[in-house]
Structure formats: structure tokens, C-alpha cells
Ligand binder design. Sequence first.
Ligand code: 4AD
Ligand code: MG
Length: 462
Amino acid sequence: MQRLRIKNILSEGNTGQAVNICGWVRTRRESKGIGFIALSDGSTQETLQLVVPEASQAFQKLIHCNTGAAIKATGLLKESPAQGQRFEVEVSGIEIFGDADPVSYPLQKKGHTLEFLREIGHLRPRTNTFGAVFRVRNILAEAVHEFFQCRGFIWVHTPIITASDCEGAGDLFTVTSLDLQKPPKGDNGDIDFTQDFFGKHAYLTVSGQLEAEFLAMSLGDVYTFGPTFRAENSNTSRHLSEFWMIEPEMAFADLKDDMQLAEEFFRFLCRKILEKGESDIAFLEKFYKNTSIAELKTLAEKPFVHISYTEAIKELEKSKEKFEFPVKWGLDLQSEHERYLTDKVFKGPVIVTDYPKEIKAFYMRLNPDEKTVAAMDILVPKIGEIIGGSQREERLEVLTERMRHAEIPFENMEWYLDLRRYGSAPHAGFGLGFERLVQYITGMSNIRDVIPCPRAPQTIKF
Ligand code: 4AD
Ligand code: MG
């Protein structure tokens, strides 16, 4: 007899059916000679109630069924007389895989703070909260592929180790096999990376975009979905040093097409969560009140507000709010400004377009005004920027001029310029930070609580 998952039992079980279920004990109690166990197996928010009559041999095993123990129960599925559950299992046999010491087991019945749970990252997925978050994460990951695959986008695998350091997206982690105690030095005293593993200074990638561009310029519409790394010293609730990014790149597309894709994508993801993750969202809504099914339903339908960077600056200048950072045309929007726009002014997601060229990456297409670029950032309430994208500069002269201005070294970039030399075409894309998305959908207030093993400055325990 195979093990059945609690999720499947609850949705398609039949009374009288013999079942084998495996999981971890949440609670155990005894009443009037009957033992009760709430068992969780991670497949769903719900636990399954095991009923162990005194007459059954399994009753002797109850003493080992402490909270946290891993067990297998065999029995018959019954209609449950208790409220709030359809089935329970009348148990005839219990096998203990691994007991858990009730004194030292860190997950006691009382609620724990999210900070404490971060200290026990290896056990926190057993809690209702993290079970819900990681199941939602899974639904979203699957939906990402479904969205692009249904639209004929090709999933491409861009490298994690790269030699191009020019995204300008923050500091990079070096990848090296040099002896760090005695690295070889050149005449000028700098480390001689020609003697390193790749014969060049190599890094962990901050984005797959540049490679996705050459794949789009041959395959048409592509997307990446993989890990990216940033060594910025940002100790905030929305920054990770290792995070996953989804980056579609479309040939023969402009900024309008890019924004349309991003909006449709976002709405699709909201619909999928409502379809497949409603019970997990309902749990998170009830306990943390930072997400809501009603809000997701609105998001799944409503078009985003569009404003230009110039209009956004005007809106901020009008405001009576005391900002910590200055507001002035030409300066980047800080997260306090972004959140003012989404939370106070527009009360929902906002797409900001056409930023000054000086504050955006060199590859973004220069607008006819020659002051701004065809960029777009999507900002959402509570989090701020969730998507950053642009139409790419496809004109060789304009691009080389912008690279010169931004002091981008040409030596590793000839291949990128080749795309503008041979069969150049308008193209556009964006990057969605996957953890920021999961954070937004689940309402978790710290990004470290939506990835199993968060990486941040001074944080790499698990
Ligand atoms: O705006 P970013 O830096 O854009 C790029 O990397 C482009 N190459 C994307 C493209 O056009 N293909 O990053 C994109 C998104 C941000 O909007 C944010 O959601 C997320 O990545 N992000 C982070 N998420 C978590 N921790 C960090 N440190 C992040 N930095 C960016
Ligand atoms: Mg950005």
C-alpha cells in the first residue's frame, strides 16, 4: 500500500478506504481512553486527525508520538464527527520513524516570532506559516513557466559565473580559485587574474539579461529563471544577496510591449494563486493580515496606473510628506518615495517610465528627448520596486557613446556590440525579483522569510 498525501486524501478520499499516511506529529492528546494525533505532511495547510482506540495495538505507541515525531499510521478513513474536518483516520497500526524529545524540540505549541524561527531555519518549514509560504512559492514558480510556455517563450539557461561586470546593478561577488593568502600580483601590485581559473576576473552574475539578449536576437522570445547575486551591503527587509530573478526578453518589441507583458504576467500570477493557493493565502491573511484574497482578486483584474518619472517627481514635490531623501528631477526615487506613490497616492501598483538616463543602466534605449531612457519600473504597495525593465538600445553608435560615457570597458563587451552590428532589431525585457513577488503575494514583511536559506550580509547559517 502506497503512502497517500493528506492533500489528496482530503480532496479525493472515500470513507472506508484503507490508508497509509506518513508525517510529523503536530499535537497529541488523550481523552476517555482514545488517543488523538494531528498529523501534518507538508502537502497542505490542513492536518489530518488520527484516532487511536485503546483496544488497538497502536495505542502503546502513542507515548512516542511527541510533537515533531515522524510516524506512519495505517488505518481506515472515516467521516469525521468533529467540526472543520471532513475525514479522520481510525488507526490500527503506528510505526515510529523518529521520535522528538518533547523538552528540547524547538517548535513548541506556543507561537514563535519570525525572528526566532529564522534562527531555526532547518525546522521552520514545519510551521503553518512557512509551509504556506513555500507552497505559495512553488505555485508561483510553476505559474511563471506556464505563463511563458503558453505564449511560446523559450526558457534559456544563462550562466551563473560571468566575466561581464557591467550591469551596474550593485557590487559583485568574485569567483576565484586563487590562493587568497598569496594571490599572484602584476607589476602594478594588483591581483593578476590572468593566472586565475578562467584567465580573467570572474564574478557571480547579477542578472542574465545580457546573455538573454543574444538568445532573444536569435530565438525571438525567451526568458530566464535563475539565481542572481548582489554583494551590496543592504541590510533591509527587501534585499537578499542571493535571489531568483525571472527575465523575459523579446525581439521586435518596444517599451509598450514590455509593459503589457509585465502587467499580463503579474495578473496571471495573481489568478494562479487564487486558483491553487487559496487555503494558504487564507491562513496568512488570518494570522498576519498583510495579504488578502479580496486584494489579490482586485490585482488579478485591474490595470496598473502608468506615470512618467517626470510626473512622479511632480507628484512627490506636491506632497506635504517629510521625506528623508531629497526629491528633485535627476535624482533616483528612494523606496520611501516609491511607497508614497503606491501606498498613498495611487493605492495600488504603479508603472513609472522614462527615467533620466544618468540614473539608469547604459543599455536602456535613449528617448528622442536625449535626456531620458525607455525604462520602466513597476512599484507595488509596501515593497516598492518589484520589476525593472526597459527597451534596449539597438543603435550601435548611441550604445557605444553611452558605454563611453558610463566608462564601461569595451574589452568584454564586443560580443554585446556585435548584436548591434549584425541584424540589430528593437528588443525589450524586464526582471522580476521572485522573492519580492512571493513577499508581496504572501504579505510577509521580511524578504528573508520567503526563501528557505536567506543570504544577506553576515547571514549564511543554513
Ligand atoms: O532592477 P534590476 O536591477 O534589473 C535588472 O537586473 C535588469 N537586468 C532586469 C532586466 O531588464 N532583465 O533588478 C530587477 C528586479 C528588481 O525590480 C527587484 O524586484 C529584484 O530584481 N531585485 C532584488 N530582489 C531581492 N534582493 C535584491 N538585492 C534585489 N535587487 C533587485
Ligand atoms: Mg531596478
